[in-house]
Write a protein that binds this ligand. Structure first.
Ligand code: HEM
Length: 479
């Protein structure tokens, strides 16, 4: 449909919310148990013949006041969520519900702030400065902690023929982040090695409305999906974590004060950025990359090993930032894993004004105040952009000039991969660190091994990976 000026006339967004409460609960059951999340969205796109569609999203009653959203489910419409002139990003980091601020010291931390709120820029600047001040620590800290992890994988494989990567990663990533960000190992603090368990419990208190633990729905529905778990049950764990950050993050907190933040608010923010944004991110990211690379098979492993070993040898046997930058295939494999399995799958934004949203073929009218929602895997597996192989892992997809043109459609960081986070947008400030860590995992893996095999399953928030074999490197700098 064209209007007189050659652009399309906006139309109503198709779809239906059904009956209040009842339909939202029925949809929640479809989402978690009857269909699963991918099918939930795909079937509605099919039903209404549109990638922009009105649907309910979980958790619905009684945690979310309003489950109704306009879902944007293709590569063209999705980026409206990145445009903070069009959408407000206040209190919607976890979606249509918000966890109690008693879980974050009484503060609304950065992820819940809209860039129009003055604290947003201050906290984000503090995090940028923290990451910049520690940039030389990332590679050595990663190599130390993950070479121990792989040594543990080898002994477990020798002992029992398998090794649970997620369990090892949960402990290792926690130590790695503490070491990389603050130079203080969490395990040397008062809580010893219980940090990852405390963190996992605190994360569950915030994310339980969005997960299933594999128990019967008769238990999960009332316990996880209907009411908030009481914050006081996790306050001791949180206090122990807070104490570590108050002592370990002295430099970041001093800097926060010079930016005009109060020390306490800054510390709750550092805790959140480290434990929620970074640690929870790595719990999902690293198994996700391994699962995809495991599935790509031995021939692909050989190519990665050849690239990685040759580049490291050229750099005098050292893993440097410059060497990592030259690893085209390794970089592409990490982006491809992030494209297929973005660790944070849901994004939200509230329309600031009446808006027109464009999909590939149509324009839709949305009213001020409506909640927009993106299920990212639908957008980043859009066949109109990624072709017939959109749903497959193509390790070298982003290699070369043609390949790099597709990077603008990689959205895992809440922005295009070709754009950068800043204090006035909501793109992830950990963007460069995340791709760095993904590359380092592959480098560590293929400096040590020629190939590996693993059983892949589904975990709480992402892939579950169990190594079943690893063949030691027969050539290269570390063979
Ligand atoms: C925001 C993803 C790691 C800090 C975000 C958002 C996404 C994201 C999707 C936007 C959420 C939204 O507003 O809808 C990820 C993933 C990670 C990761 C997948 C790892 C695999 C990190 C790391 C940091 C970090 C290492 C360390 C500083 C933040 C912060 C925000 C954010 C503070 C809020 C940004 C703002 O308010 O402007 N991240 N992130 N993230 N991320 Fe990350």
């Amino acid at each position: 449909m064209e209007n007189g000026e050659g652009s399309m006339m906006p139309r109503e967004v198709p779809g239906s919310y059904g009956l209040p409460y009842l339909s939202a609960i029925r949809d929640r059951l479809d989402f978690y148990y009857n269909q699963g999340e991918d099918k939930y969205f795909e079937s509605r796109v099919e039903k209404y013949g549109s990638t922009v569609v009105r649907i309910n999203v979980p958790p619905g009653p009684f945690m979310a006041r309003d489950p109704r959203v306009v879902a944007v489910l293709d590569a063209k419409s999705f980026p409206v969520l990145f445009d903070v002139t069009k959408v407000e990003k206040k209190d919607l980091f976890t979606g249509t519900y918000m966890p109690s601020t008693s879980l974050t010291g009484g503060y609304r931390v950065c992820s819940y702030l809209d860039p129009s709120e003055p604290t947003h820029a201050k906290v984000k600047q503090m995090l940028f400065s923290l990451l910049a001040s520690r940039k030389d620590a990332f590679i050595p800290a990663f190599r130390t902690h993950f070479s121990s992890l792989f040594a543990a994988v080898e002994s477990q494989l020798a002992l029992s023929g398998k090794s649970d990567f997620n369990a090892l990663n949960d402990a290792t990533s926690f130590e790695f982040i503490g070491d990389a960000y603050f130079g203080v190992l969490p395990s040397t603090s008062e809580f010893g090695t219980t940090g990852p368990a405390k963190a996992a419990k605190w994360l569950l208190w915030q994310l339980h409305p969005l997960v299933t633990l594999g128990f019967p729905k008769i238990l999960e529905e009332p316990l996880l999906h209907t009411f908030h778990l009481p914050p006081f049950l996790v306050s001791r764990d949180y206090k122990a974590l807070y104490k570590y950050f108050l002592a370990a993050a002295t430099n970041a907190l001093d800097n926060a004060e010079s930016l005009g933040l109060n020390r306490e608010e800054a510390c709750h923010n550092v805790l959140f950025a480290t434990v929620f944004n970074s640690y929870a991110g790595l719990k999902v990211l690293l198994p996700g990359i391994l699962a995809r690379v495991a599935g790509a098979g031995e021939k692909f492993h050989q190519k990665l090993a050849t690239e990685i070993r040759a580049t490291v040898a050229d750099a005098g046997g050292k893993v440097t930032m410059a060497a990592l930058e030259k690893m085209e295939l390794t970089k592409s494999a990490v982006w491809e894993a992030l494209r297929l399995d973005p660790p944070v799958k849901y994004q939200y934004g509230r329309a600031k004004t009446d808006l027109n949203i464009e999909s590939h073929d149509e324009v839709f009218a949305v009213k001020k105040g409506e909640m927009l929602f993106g299920y990212q895997p639908c957008a980043t597996k859009d066949p109109r952009v990624f072709g017939a192989t959109a749903a497959e892992f193509v390790g070298d997809r982003f290699v070369g000039e043609e390949g790099s043109k597709l990077l603008q459609y990689v959205y895992w960081s809440n922005g295009r991969e070709t754009e950068s986070p800043g204090v006035s947008n909501k793109q992830c400030p950990g963007k460069n660190l995340v791709v760095l860590v993904g590359r380092l995992l592959l480098v560590e893996l293929f400096l040590r091994y020629d190939t590996f095999t693993a059983d892949i399953g589904k975990g709480l928030l992402g892939a579950k990976v169990e190594f079943t074999a690893a063949t030691k490197a027969t050539s290269g700098p570390e063979a």
